[in-house]
Ligand binder design. Structure first.
Ligand code: FES
Length: 112
C-alpha cells in the first residue's frame, strides 16, 4: 500500500476560477485548476502531445484545451478526449480550511 504524502500548495483563493496556478516541484510543474463550479484538479503542466503548458489553456467544464494545438484534456482523469490520445499524471486533491493539499505519493518516496 502506498502512503499518502499530502503537501500544502497554496490557498484556494489564489487559483482563479476557470484558470490555473502553477506549482513548481522537483518533479516538474504541476497545474492546479479551478473550474467554474469551484472544483479543483491538479495535473502535470505538460500536454501529452508536445509538452504545451496546459496551465495556460482554456478551462471549460471539467476540461482544459491546450493552448498550442487544441488537444482537450479531461481534468479528472488526465486523459485526452478522443480522437486524440494520451494522458497526463493527475494528483489527488484535498481542501482543508481553504488550503489546497496535493498527494504526491505517485512520485514515490522522493516526494516525502
Ligand atoms: S502541445 Fe498540446 S496539443 Fe500540441
Amino acid at each position: 500500500m502506498t502512503t499518502e504524502i499530502w503537501k500544502d500548495v497554496g490557498a484556494l483563493c489564489d487559483v482563479p476560477r476557470q484558470g490555473a496556478r502553477i506549482v513548481e516541484t522537483s518533479f516538474g510543474r504541476i497545474a492546479v485548476f479551478k473550474t467554474a463550479n469551484d472544483d479543483i484538479y491538479a495535473i502535470e503542466d505538460k500536454c501529452p502531445h508536445l509538452g504545451g503548458p496546459l496551465s495556460q489553456g482554456i478551462v471549460h467544464g471539467a476540461h482544459v484545451t491546450c493552448p498550442l494545438h487544441n488537444m482537450v484534456i479531461e481534468l479528472k482523469s488526465g486523459r485526452a478526449v478522443a480522437p486524440d490520445e494520451g494522458c497526463v499524471l493527475t494528483l489527488p486533491v484535498r481542501i482543508d480550511e481553504r488550503r489546497i493539499l496535493l498527494d504526491f505519493s505517485k512520485f514515490g518516496e522522493k516526494a516525502a
